[in-house]
Ligand binder design. Structure first.
Ligand code: KIV
Length: 263
């Protein structure tokens, strides 16, 4: 994949698949699948570090995980999130943050919302850094949004999301994520854009879907929002594997001859 393939897929009405990834081992496995794109999301702060929201993600954290994913991901296209406030400072500091993510192995960065970011997006895209936009429920704004809730339900909010999507496209975003907005609005936004809109909690009419790795594999014990579909019962399989290991240690079944060195 490269950024032009995103638009080509949209033109061919071929849905884009994206999944979050935060570590080398998972990246190695995902590299053997047909998923189009890996997102080193700032959700890493929650899924891998146990924080309660994404505000705790730092640039160092994002670079560390991006580099690990890059080492395992083969030629998969990697997008890395710019963490909370890392793109809301001086132009030079914002560019340095994006540069660090690209040098850690990303091929594009993602940043949340349009207001106040358009000039930076233009500057980054003109400087060789592709940008993915992100609208709707953007967790980095959770305190100004008054919590984590579906966005774009009233006319004014819906209109702002429609307008922001066009502004992001105009500023140079090669695609954008639409998170937790009504399906009808997501459809209108997707249809208004040349670049693809990738949905999460935004219904079936976007140009692709993204889910968090732990959510779709059933590894997340605490969190099951309505929009998540689990495609396997990962936590049960995980626990069963560990229990089998423990039992075979106790019973003496492991290690057996095949796991032992002779002299
Ligand atoms: O950080 C993340 O996981 C994301 C997805 C919700 C799109 O940004």
């Amino acid at each position: 994949m490269n950024i032009f393939d995103f638009t080509k897929k949209k033109q061919a009405a071929e849905k884009i698949s994206m999944i979050t990834c935060y570590d080398y081992t998972s990246a190695r496995i995902l590299a053997q699948t047909s998923v189009d794109c890996l997102l080193v999301g700032d959700s890493v702060a929650m899924t891998m570090h146990g924080f309660k929201d994404t505000l705790s993600a730092t640039l160092d954290m994002m670079c560390f995980h991006t580099a690990a994913v890059r080492r395992g991901a083969g030629d998969k296209f990697i997008v890395s999130d710019m963490p909370f406030l890392s793109y809301r400072k001086s132009l030079s500091s914002n560019v340095s943050a994006a540069q660090a993510l690209m040098q850690a192995g990303a091929q594009a960065v993602k940043l949340e919302n349009a207001a106040g970011n358009l000039r930076l997006i233009r500057h980054l895209t003109e400087s060789g850094i592709p940008v993915m936009g992100h609208l709707g429920l953007t967790m980095q704004l959770m305190h100004t949004l008054g919590g984590l809730k579906v966005q774009g339900k009233n006319q004014d909010d819906a209109e702002r999301i429609r307008r922001d999507a066009l502004l992001l496209q105009e500023a140079g975003c090669f695609s954008l994520v639409l998170e937790c907005i009504p399906s009808r609005l997501a459809r209108e936004v997707s249809e208004s854009l040349i670049v693809p809109a990738i949905g999460i909690g935004a219904g079936p009419h976007t140009d692709g879907q993204v889910l968090v790795f732990q959510d779709l594999l059933g590894l997340n014990l605490d969190f099951r929002p309505r929009f998540v579909k689990t495609f396997m019962d990962g936590s049960s399989q995980f626990k069963n594997g560990v229990e089998e290991y423990v039992q075979s240690i106790k019973s003496g079944g492991f290690p057996s001859d095949e796991h032992c060195y002779g002299n």
